[in-house]
Ligand binder design. Structure first.
Ligand code: B12
Length: 164
């Protein structure tokens, strides 16, 4: 997608392909944001499990336990992203099994349009590894994923295309 080579996976999977668990928050019914991100991530050589819209936090946490993703990506656009994100990250970081898994949130997080630096900083302080407000694009997410450490188990995927 960026023309700068495949995303280097953290590679917890046996085949070394990065696995992203993609989800929305409980209140958010929008789906095309998720479809877009799934396709873009897959094009970058990443395996994606898309939980869809209106995902209860308990279901997200169960999916994390079940699949053990390398990264969790939360997308929300209905304007409730800041309060929903606060609630979600509290439960996510409180659970021992998800405490150390990288997690990011992005989209139209509020209703003011422009990014709210104070609320973004708060989400990071509460435990998100990165926050991507609506003025960021997929390239920034991809750069973040590239910056994650590679495990010894991880072989670098050498071509692009759908991972599944
Ligand atoms: C279609 C739509 C709906 C449909 C959704 C159908 C569906 N199956 O998805 C329906 C009618 C259900 C709907 C409902 C509502 N909607 Co609506 N909806 C839209 C609309 C017109 C298009 C959204 C869309 O599909 N975009 C296409 C996708 C591909 O783009 P995207 O969503 O913008 O996502 C991009 C970026 O945000 C970014 N991104 C998103 N997540 C992430 C995550 C990361 C990590 C990164 C890096 C990037 C990223 O990347 C995506 C691709 O570029 C937008 C307005 C608009 N033009 O955007 C309003 C909009 C999102 N809706 C809005 C609202 C308020 C609602 C309702 C609350 C309305 C109501 N009063 O009922 C409800 C919410 C229901 C709920 N429980 O969530 C507001 C949100 C306000 C805000 N955040 O400022 C918007 C912006 C309209 C507006 N201008 O007011 N909606």
């Amino acid at each position: 997608m960026t023309g700068s080579g495949p995303v280097r996976p953290t590679g917890s999977a046996e085949d070394g392909v990065m696995r992203v668990l993609l989800s929305s928050v409980p209140s958010d019914a929008h789906t095309w944001n998720l479809v877009f991100l799934q396709l873009a991530l897959e094009q970058a050589g990443i395996r994606v499990r898309n939980l869809g819209a209106c995902v209860p936090t308990s279901s997200l946490l169960d999916a994390v336990d079940d699949w053990r993703p390398d990264v969790v990506v939360i997308s929300t656009v209905n304007g409730h992203g800041y309060p929903d994100g606060r609630h979600l990250i509290g439960e996510f970081r409180a659970r021992p099994s998800s405490r150390s898994i990288p997690i990011v949130i992005g989209g139209k997080l509020g209703i003011a349009g422009a990014s709210d630096r104070h609320r973004i900083r708060e989400l990071v302080r509460l435990g998100f590894d990165a926050v991507f407000p609506d003025d960021s694009d997929f390239v920034e997410l991809e750069s973040f994923l590239r910056s994650l450490p590679t495990t010894t188990a991880g072989a670098m995927r050498s071509e692009r295309g759908p991972a599944c």
